[in-house]
Design a protein around this ligand. Structure first.
Ligand SMILES: Cc1ncc(COP(=O)(O)O)c(C=O)c1O
Length: 392
C-alpha cells in the first residue's frame, strides 16, 4: 500500500475513525463543484406522493400535538401488525417504540442493554455508528469476521468462537451496510441456537430488509422459537420508503427493553415529530407498490455499477441486499482512504473507503446505488482514468 504524501491532514488525522472519516470526505466534497456523490446511504428517490399527502392532511387537520413517547398508538399497532405479517415476529403494540430514525433506535437499544465492561459481538465490517454508541455506553466490541468468499454472510461458528464470559449481546445487520451481504435463514437458525445456548441478546438491524435482490429473501431471527424474548429488531421508514429526512424508525423488543429505552428517550428527544409518525402510518398501511418499484430501480442500477466495477478491475462479493456495493480495490495497490481521496480530488466522485467501516478494510471501498443510471455510468467514466494514472 502506498502512503500518498498529498493526502491532506484533515483526512489523514481522522483516517482511523470511521464516522469522522466519512464526514471529512463529505465536507471536502461539499466544497467542490460538480461532484458525483456515491457516499452517503440516503435514497435519492422521492418520498411517495401518498405518504407526503398523508402528512399534509395531518397538518391541515391539526393532528400535530405531542404523542406518547413510545409513539402514536395507531402507528405502534400498525408496526406490530407489519412485523407479525412481514417479519413473522410474535409482537404486539406494547413491544414497539417509534424512534427518530434508525439511528436513534440503535443508540437507545445500546444504551438500554449495554453496561460498562459488557462485550458485544459485532460483524466486521459494519456500520460504525454502532461503534460510537457502544463506546458511549462503556461496552467493548469483539469482532466477528466475515469475508468476500462467503458473500459476507455471518457464520455461527465464528460467532461462537468470539464468545467470552463477558459477552452480553450479538449485533447483526442484515442486509448489511456496508457489505450488501445478507445473513441467510440457515445461518440465522444456527446463530439463534448459539445465542440461546450462551444466553446472548441479539440486536438485529433490518433497515434494508425490504431491499433484497432476487433470488434472495429477508429473514428475521426474532421469528425463531425462543428468540423473541432476547431479540431487539430495528427498522425504519428511511430506506424502503425513501424517507430519511422524516426521521421515523422503530424498534420491536421485549416490553422491559422498550420501557428502558423510553426512559432515555423521554429526557432526550421525546416523541418523534407527530407529522412524521402520520407519514409513517401511511407508508405502512397504504399501497406498497412504491417499495417494489424502488427495488426494481435499485436492481437496474446495481447491474450497471457491477459492470463498471468489472471494467475498473474491482472484485466484489455478490451484493444481495441494501443500497451499496462493497468492492475490493486491492488491484490498485493504494490504501482505500487515499484512493477515495484521489477519486474525489481528481475524478470528482465521492465514495467511502472501507476503513470507514472497520480498520481492517483498507483494500475495500463502498459505493452507493443512489444516483440515476446515467450518473452512475458517468461516475465510472470519471474514475477509470484516475485509476489508470495511479495503478502500479
Ligand atoms: C445499517 C444502518 N442502520 C441504521 C441507519 C440509520 O438510519 P436512519 O437514517 O433511519 O437514522 C443506517 C443509515 O444509513 C444504516 O445504514
Amino acid at each position: 500500500m502506498t502512503e500518498n504524501p498529498n493526502i491532506p491532514e484533515t483526512v489523514r488525522a481522522v483516517a482511523a475513525d470511521g464516522t469522522q472519516l466519512r464526514y471529512a470526505l463529505m465536507e471536502m466534497a461539499g466544497q467542490m463543484d460538480d461532484v458525483i456523490t456515491l457516499g452517503r446511504g440516503d435514497p435519492d428517490l422521492p418520498t411517495p406522493a401518498h405518504i407526503v399527502e398523508a402528512a399534509n392532511r395531518a397538518m391541515r387537520e391539526g393532528r400535530t400535538g405531542l404523542t406518547p413517547v413510545e409513539g402514536l398508538p395507531q402507528l405502534r399497532a400498525a408496526i406490530a401488525n407489519h412485523m407479525r405479517e412481514y417479519n413473522g415476529l410474535p409482537v404486539g403494540a406494547e413491544n414497539v417504540m417509534v424512534t427518530t430514525g434508525g439511528q436513534e433506535g440503535l443508540f437507545l437499544a445500546i444504551q438500554a442493554l449495554i453496561d460498562p465492561g459488557d462485550e458485544i459481538l459485532v460483524p466486521d465490517p459494519r456500520y460504525t455508528s454502532y461503534d460510537d454508541a457502544i463506546r458511549r455506553a462503556g461496552g467493548e466490541m469483539v469482532m466477528v469476521p466475515t469475508d468476500r468468499e462467503d458473500a459476507f454472510n455471518l457464520e455461527a461458528e465464528a460467532v461462537e468462537a468470539a464468545i467470552t464470559p463477558a459477552s452480553k449481546a450479538l449485533l447483526i445487520v442484515t442486509p448489511s451496510n456496508p457489505t450488501a451481504g445478507i445473513v441467510t435463514e440457515d445461518r440465522l437458525r444456527a446463530i439463534a441456537d448459539v445465542c440461546i445456548r450462551h444466553n446472548l441478546i441479539v440486536i438485529v438491524d433490518e433497515i434494508y430488509g425490504r431491499i433484497v435482490y432476487e433470488p434472495w429473501r429477508h429473514f428475521s431471527i426474532g421469528s425463531l422459537p425462543g428468540m423473541a424474548e432476547r431479540t431487539i429488531t430495528l427498522d425504519a421508514f428511511s430506506k424502503a420508503y425513501a424517507m430519511t429526512g422524516w426521521r421515523c424508525g422503530y424498534v420491536a423488543a421485549p416490553e422491559n427493553v422498550i420501557d428502558a429505552m423510553a426512559r432515555v428517550k423521554q429526557v432526550t428527544t421525546g416523541p418523534v415529530a407527530t407529522v412524521s409518525q402520520w407519514a409513517g402510518l401511511a407508508a405502512l398501511t397504504g399501497p406498497q407498490d412504491c417499495v417494489s418499484d424502488y427495488l426494481q430501480i435499485y436492481t437496474e442500477r446495481r447491474a450497471v455499477l457491477l459492470d463498471g466495477l468489472d471494467r475498473m478491475g474491482f472484485a466484489y462479493g455478490e451484493p444481495r441486499g441494501g443500497l451499496f456495493v462493497w468492492a475490493d480495490s486491492s488491484s490498485t495497490g493504494i490504501h482505500a482512504a487515499e484512493l477515495s481521496y484521489l477519486l474525489l480530488k481528481e475524478g470528482r466522485v465521492l465514495i467511502f473507503p472501507g476503513t470507514a467501516f472497520g480498520e481492517n478494510w483498507r483494500e475495500y471501498v463502498r459505493i452507493t446505488l443512489l444516483e440515476p443510471i446515467e450518473t452512475l455510468k458517468a461516475a465510472v467514466e470519471r474514475m477509470l482514468p484516475v485509476l489508470a494514472r495511479y495503478r502500479a
